[in-house]
Design a protein around this ligand. Structure first.
Ligand code: ADP
Ligand code: MG
Length: 446
């Protein structure tokens, strides 16, 4: 009938627009390598900023002593302490605490926010037990993971380039508001100086010895656990990556570049957006093809009403009548009675959106492997060599169909032989422990 025909037309259009054939992914990976090189040449117009971390030594395993870390990225922050026991004992003891940021502080001034964080940190330090040891006369040291683009000026200083992840979404009862994420510090200010001043105001004697992005923290944490880790990727609320580059191949700007192909956009991949993309397609289906009946469900019209974890839950429904998916449509979007057909169409939309995101993310990771020269079959001398990419982030960790598709696509792009030496693995909480490890390897006492 007419509805079915219209629904099919919408789906067909989405399938066409979302198609990611392998040839396209290869083109994206090549463009990515080009753009990485352009970013390294410090071209001011380069879309990939290629921020230099100032981390010149990754953890070796010999790190020793008590270190703290602070991980500030999304709507939560975490404080971590770890007692490191050197090569033999490794991580002797680790404790952490997660604190959610009160919404009013997320749109307030940076001073208020840093005061809140420093106060929580000071409380956490006071609970330090006997398993942790600070040598007499020493200052406590902290690695600060700050997951926004920062122009580092040294290992322990840097200024904010711009706010990313677009918006933070506050749920207040039934209504959702989009609040511009204009928080923490103003662009151009030194984030470590801000944090240090707040710690002083709390009477907390602690020195920030490393300022790192979450990708760099994950790289450090990953390397500590596995010597073959060469790159780290975050697939969470946002998307980002870090890898080890030789200092001597960061050249100066040298003129025009070939026109690049397609670029990967964070908004097609990240946890913050996948749910919203599904919502928009379902809304079009509701409008054009009355997918959920004659009336367009009002909740379906609300920006960000559908979140990525909900999409993931719907996508993983294996019941024959998709009853869990149906329950989600009811609970989240207020659509009570859905036809089996509408539920299957919804499932298909989840699949299209997740698959596109995962395949594009895979192309980006393949691009990094290419940049590192790790996309080739290792020569005989290096047959045993492994290349490991550490991945962290809630999207990769929890959305199994996404991570499975991502891994299969990387293997497909590498080809069977090269793929056999590349390992992609979850570095759970790499960024927290990684920042503490970098605080250790950049300690004032080291
Ligand atoms: P951040 O990047 O803010 O540090 P995390 O790494 O903690 O974020 O990941 C949180 C994000 O992961 C959420 O914003 C959400 O998009 C995504 N996510 C969390 N749980 C799931 C899930 N079960 N399925 C899909 N995505 C999820
Ligand atoms: Mg994070």
């Amino acid at each position: 009938d007419e509805r079915k025909r219209k629904a099919a037309a919408v789906i067909e259009e989405v399938e066409q627009k979302f198609a990611t054939p392998t040839a396209l992914l290869r083109g994206i990976a090549d463009a990515m390598v080009e753009e990485m090189e352009r970013g390294l040449r410090a071209d001011p117009h380069a879309p990939l900023k290629m921020v230099i971390s100032y981390v010149d030594n990754l953890p070796t395993g010999d790190e020793h002593g008590l270190f703290y870390a602070l991980d500030l990225g999304g709507t939560n922050f975490r404080v971590i302490r770890v007692q490191l026991g050197g090569r033999e004992k490794r991580v002797v003891k680790q404790q952490y605490q997660e604190v959610s940021i009160p919404p009013h502080l997320m749109v307030g001034t940076s001073t208020e926010l840093f005061d809140f964080i420093a106060a929580e940190l000071e409380k956490f330090v006071r609970t330090e037990g006997e398993d942790f040891h600070l040598p007499e006369g020493r200052q406590r040291e902290l690695g600060f993971t700050f997951s926004f683009p920062v122009n580092q000026t040294s290992i322990s200083s840097g200024t904010l380039i711009k706010w990313t992840k677009g918006f933070s979404i506050n749920g207040t009862g039934q209504a959702f508001y989009l609040v511009p994420k204009k928080i923490y510090v103003s662009v151009g200010e030194d984030v470590v100086a801000e944090l240090s001043r707040a710690m002083e105001r709390q009477g907390l004697d602690m020195k920030v010895t490393a300022l790192v992005n979450d990708t760099v923290g994950t790289l450090a944490g990953g390397r500590y656990g596995d010597n073959d880790v060469v790159a780290a990727v975050i697939l969470g609320t946002g998307t980002n990556a870090a890898y080890v580059e030789h200092a001597n191949v960061i050249p100066k700007w040298n003129g025009l570049l070939p026109k690049s192909g397609d670029m990967i956009y964070e908004k097609m991949i990240s946890g913050m957006y996948l749910g919203e993309i599904v919502r928009r397609i379902l809304l079009k289906l509701a409008h054009d093809a009355s997918l959920f009946g004659d009336v367009v469900p009002p909740k379906l019209e609300q920006l960000f009403a559908l979140r990525t974890p909900d999409v993931s839950a719907m996508h993983h429904d294996t019941s024959h009548d998709l009853k869990h998916l149906g329950a989600k449509l009811k609970d989240i979007l207020g659509i009570p009675d859905t036809s089996l057909e509408a539920r299957y169409i919804t499932l298909h939309v989840c699949d299209l959106v997740a698959e596109r995101g995962a395949r594009l993310a895979a192309a980006g990771i393949y691009g990094i492997l290419k940049k590192l020269g790790k996309d080739k079959v290792p020569s005989d001398d290096f047959k045993t060599h492994r290349t490991v990419v550490a991945i962290d982030g809630g999207l990769y960790e929890h959305y199994k169909k996404f991570s499975a598709c991502l891994e299969a696509t990387i293997a497909d792009l590498l080809g069977e032989e090269a793929a056999s030496s590349v390992v992609v693995k979850l570095a759970n909480d790499g960024s927290g422990i990684g920042a503490a490890l970098l605080a250790a390897s950049h300690s004032q006492y080291a």
